[in-house]
Design a binder for this molecule. Structure first.
Ligand code: URA
Length: 221
């Protein structure tokens, strides 16, 4: 503040009576929000979202959850029945499996990582979200990731890969692969199975464990 006052005094001395402040200056002088505050602002901005038809059948918007200072963000597809009821991502059967693996393999608690979804509202009958639904939610997901700025994004299943990388893939073929997030190439992206897939195909469990070990190392844990 002292610097600003001295600068203004100098300007006054040399005869400048008015100055025009660009938006950039205002932003740099503004108080910096914590990640928690920025996320709250973001969530408040879309808790009544009606950009796609999913708002008609949802109970509530399901925001991301967990520690926004974590180096790891898990991204899933969309809330299911239990998530829609409780308003938290991954709290159903798939979520319980994921929590167990976070503890066993990463040595962390669920609250230590950040978990979110490509779509924030439950699609009817848990169907895959439509491209228009994913597109409506994308600005929220992008801003969420910009705020959290993790070291690694772990894509759980093909919808997450589509949402994060904008590509359709066969997860069976690309699981374990590491790439970068197109909107911030300092962030690594690791692809793995969706926990619900492993519940249906328990033989994939060792591969999921292998991928989580990779995730742990990418996150520097
Ligand atoms: N499946 C998902 O992709 N996300 C959830 O939140 C729950 C189940």
């Amino acid at each position: 503040m002292k610097d600003i006052i001295s600068t203004l005094k100098v300007l006054e001395v040399i005869g400048i009576r008015e100055i025009y402040l660009e938006k950039r200056e205002e932003v740099s002088l503004a108080k910096t929000n914590t990640k928690e505050e920025s996320l709250k602002k973001l969530f408040d901005s879309y808790r009544d979202c009606t950009k796609c038809a999913l708002h008609k059948s949802r109970t509530q918007v399901v925001f991301g959850d967990g520690n926004p200072n974590s180096p790891i963000v898990f991204v899933g597809e969309a809330p299911g029945e239990e998530e829609d009821k409780q308003g938290k991502p991954f709290v159903g059967r798939a979520g319980q499996y994921l929590n167990r693996k976070i503890e066993e393999v990463l040595g962390l608690k669920r609250e230590d990582v950040y978990i979110t979804n490509v779509c924030k509202c439950r699609p009817p009958e848990n169907r895959k979200p439509l491209p228009q639904e994913m597109g409506s939610c994308f600005p929220y997901l992008r801003r969420e990731l910009e705020i959290v700025k993790p070291k690694v994004i772990c894509c759980l299943g093909s919808t997450a890969v589509e949402g994060i990388l904008g590509k359709k893939v066969s997860v069976t073929k690309v699981r374990g692969k590491i790439t970068t997030y197109p909107y911030d190439t300092k962030i690594k992206v690791l692809i793995t199975y969706h926990p619900a897939f492993i519940l249906r195909n328990p033989k994939a469990d060792p591969q999921f464990v292998e991928d989580l070990k990779k995730l742990k190392s990418l996150a520097g844990l």
